[in-house]
Design a protein around this ligand. Structure first.
Ligand SMILES: Nc1ncnc2c1ncn2[C@@H]1O[C@H](COP(=O)(O)OP(=O)(O)OP(=O)(O)O)[C@@H](O)[C@H]1O
Ligand SMILES: [Mg+2]
Length: 383
């Protein structure tokens, strides 16, 4: 039995190093007393957030061997006293979940590719409110205008905003005959969001371990067939969702959004570090709300300081993808549920040009073309 348990746990990895717990000799004890099993592991260097996700993986991996109510996880650390954790009963978790989709612990295992998707891009920020969701939706619309097939996963459980930004707040996804969830489609872009499953007025009471399970269903149980890019709008910061996503799914690259203020940049640096720690290639950084062009005086005002992100780029050692000015119509389009970049009447404005240039850089990153040869990139941007 002990061997079976250890074998079942062989896929558990230390997120900081990528090495298995087995290789790092973290399994200290598997104690079987009658029906009860206690597993002791070394938790040195593992953050409380990572610990929570790892423990939910352990429970899931052992569900056929040891019922959850008979399992106790104990972690030991060279620097602190033992931490006891009785695993909560599954009934309690089910009762907390208001959504109709199946919640549960994140499925572990090796990283999987998202079926039907060529490239998965995570979009993150160290700080909330910097325009990440607005960016995701408008980048999707810009790539879509280039003739590419785009999908979005809104992984922000606490403030899902993609249904609103896409003008589909009250849609409910259906399942097809293959029992796959059919994403909602708007402006030719497919999307899935936690917001489609919860009432906007309900307080969100899902908890960390459930999120990974739901996100897994968005990634692997949705019909994404034939996408060139799947963009994932992450919640702000560096938490469970980011970790569980990168552990489960092959992500091709990350984009970090920041505004030019020092404080936003400081947070963005933390976001970059997290992606680096998770071994995720960083496609680049985008400066949002870089300046404001006044429609009366036509001067460009740098409300948050000039070019903060661009200046910090050398020290951060990441590519700079571009800056997006503040524009009233961008905010109004967001509120109206119709992406700015899906509206051809904004063509040629600074915001539209920035988005097109960033979309071109992303396509160039994944499908480099010889710029001297006419191709999609040159046809679109006349270069
Ligand atoms: N370049 C811009 N010009 C004008 N308004 C913008 C711009 N970028 C974002 N906004 C507005 O700023 C607000 C915050 O943007 P958004 O919701 O996209 O941020 P977020 O980073 O996703 O926030 P959260 O952390 O809450 O998820 C929204 O009202 C949006 O319309
Ligand atoms: Mg958002």
């Amino acid at each position: 039995m002990k061997e079976k348990i250890l074998k079942a746990l062989s896929s558990i990895k230390n997120p900081a190093t990528g090495a298995s717990f087995e290789d790092e000799k973290r399994w200290k004890e598997v104690l079987i007393e009658g029906e009860k099993t206690t597993i002791v592991y070394a938790r040195d260097g593992i953050s409380p957030q990572e610990k929570r996700v790892i423990e939910s993986f352990i429970v899931e991996l052992l569900k056929d061997l040891v019922p959850q109510e008979n399992l106790t996880l104990r972690s030991v650390s060279a620097n602190s006293s033992d931490v006891f954790k009785a695993v909560e009963s599954p009934d309690k978790i089910e009762k907390l979940a208001p959504a109709q989709i199946k919640t549960g612990h994140a499925a572990p295992a090796a990283k999987k590719n998202v079926p039907g998707v060529k490239h998965v891009i995570a979009i993150g920020s160290g700080k909330g409110g910097v325009g990440k969701s607005t960016f995701t939706v408008n980048l999707a619309a810009s790539l879509s205008a280039m003739g590419l097939k785009i999908g979005i996963i809104d992984a922000d459980i606490y403030g899902p905003s993609v249904p609103m930004l896409m003008g589909k707040r009250f849609e409910k996804p259906l399942a097809n005959s293959n029992r796959k969830i059919v994403p909602i489609e708007s402006h030719g872009i497919k999307f899935m969001s936690f917001g489609l499953f919860v009432d906007e007025k309900d307080p969100v009471i899902w908890r960390g371990p459930m999120l990974g399970g739901v996100l897994n269903q968005f990634l692997f149980d949705a019909e994404w067939d034939g996408l060139d890019y799947l963009l994932i709008d992450l919640p702000p910061g560096t938490g469970d969702i980011q970790l569980s996503m990168v552990q489960n799914c092959h992500v091709d690259g990350a984009i970090v959004i920041s505004t030019p203020q020092d404080v936003a940049l400081l947070d963005a640096t933390k976001g970059l570090e997290m992606f680096r720690k998770l071994n995720l290639p960083i496609i680049g950084m985008v400066e949002n709300m870089s300046s404001f062009i006044c429609s009366n005086c036509h001067h460009e005002h740098f409300l948050f300081g000039e070019g903060g992100v661009e200046k910090a780029i050398d020290a951060l050692k990441v590519p700079f993808l571009g800056k997006i000015p503040l524009e009233l119509e961008l905010r109004q389009s967001a509120d109206a549920g119709s992406p700015y970049m899906a509206n051809p009447s904004y063509e040629g404005r600074p915001v539209a040009r920035s988005y097109q240039s960033i979309a071109g850089k992303i396509e160039q990153y994944f499908n480099p073309q010889d710029p001297s040869k006419p191709g999609l990139f040159s046809r679109l941007f006349g270069r």
